[in-house]
Design a protein around this ligand. Structure first.
Ligand SMILES: [Zn+2]
Ligand SMILES: [Zn+2]
Length: 345
């Protein structure tokens, strides 16, 4: 049996190739892909600005949900017909980082991230390791599940690191899909006000219209706007989801004394004055990347409890054969999250 898959050579082109449908080996499953969302790192692959090691000529895409269509030998938990999502980093399972739960930090020789160093999910079928699967509850759609595997899960991990609750006001610089996820989760955790900041009018309006942000500002308006909503103090928790140097500085400036500022957006540099910021103002600045698998299971449970659906982040859906159009739209930033969905049988 044959299938089609998508490769991103890195020059703004999207290539389709025909492949044999792969066979699962021991401990693996064959997944019939039902939905896949794109991540900021897919944009890096598309534009040729990848910041992680990539293997050429494999099927890209790593935010995958689907149904198990074939079983390898030795499965312990999952069975054919199960609805699942695939955690995108596949670690060795025995190194220090893997045992700690931070599979994304694995340095084992068998480490391979789906869509980067092994075939991913921009295809009709995909092979995944059983250990990388997370069950998708019946109340959650495939598109609810896909963002958890990478971006939405990474936001939850960042928020668990610093703690976000009704005790906090939250500001987010950069309202791409990760920034929008920050707003959505901060609101679900009870933060108020939740404030979004971006140059991009489409995304500011989306954040307001969907009710994820209580207020939105351009970067030029942000300092005064945030102070007016926080007793002139700034927020207790700030998140930068842009990776932009000036937005990072702004996120630090919007954080009140003794507050916490987290960097999620990748690339670029950060400039700050340690004396003024860290020592005298006693702010905490930290980074966060991806999420442990166990925490995604916790998140899945919370999403059901809160009746919160990450699918709402998806503003545009495409068929696989429209992948070129999808990547062009993502690159324009005039969208929320974009996805390929496969027809239900
Ligand atoms: Zn990702
Ligand atoms: Zn490892």
């Amino acid at each position: 049996m044959k299938m089609r898959g998508v490769t991103l050579p890195g020059n703004l082109s999207v290539q389709f190739h025909e492949y044999d449908v792969p066979q699962p080996s021991f401990g693996q499953v064959l997944i019939r892909v039902k939905a896949i969302t794109l991540c900021g790192s897919d944009k890096m692959l598309y534009t040729g600005k990848a910041r992680f090691p990539r293997k050429e000529n494999l099927i890209n895409g790593h935010e995958v949900a689907g149904v198990i269509a074939g079983e390898g030998e030795g499965l312990r938990l999952f069975r054919k017909g199960d609805r699942v999502i695939v955690y995108h980093h596949s670690g060795c399972g025995v190194c220090y980082s893997c045992r700690k739960g931070y599979v994304n930090l694995c340095r084992g020789t068998s480490q391979a991230t789906y869509g980067w160093q092994r075939d991913g999910g921009l295809a009709e079928y995909m092979i995944a390791e059983e250990k990388d699967l997370i069950k998708l509850p019946d109340s959650m759609s495939y598109l609810d599940g896909t963002p958890l595997t990478c971006s939405f899960g990474a936001v939850y991990e960042a928020m668990k690191k610093v703690g976000v609750s009704g005790d906090h006001s939250v500001a987010v610089t950069g309202l791409g899909p990760v920034g929008l996820s920050c707003l959505m989760l901060a609101k679900a955790m009870g933060a108020k006000p939740v404030i979004g900041i971006d140059h991009n009018a489409y995304r500011r309006e989306l954040a307001l219209r969907m009710g994820w942000a209580d207020a939105v500002f351009t970067p030029e308006e942000a300092l005064e706007g945030v102070r007016s909503l926080t007793g002139n103090q700034g927020v207790e928790r700030a998140f930068d989801a842009s990776g932009d140097e000036s937005a990072r500085s702004q996120a630090i400036d919007l954080t009140r004394e003794c507050g916490k500022c987290t960097f999620l957006g990748e690339g670029g540099k950060a400039v700050f004055e340690p004396t003024r910021t860290l020592i005298h103002a006693q702010k905490t600045i930290q980074g966060s990347w991806a999420s442990p698998v166990w925490q995604l299971e916790d998140l899945m449970e919370r999403l059901e409890r809160w009746d919160l659906h990450p699918e709402k982040l998806v503003t545009h859906t495409f068929r696989l054969d429209q992948a070129a159009e999808m990547f062009a739209l993502m690159n324009s930033d005039q969208c929320g999250k974009v996805a390929v969905v496969f027809d239900e049988e």
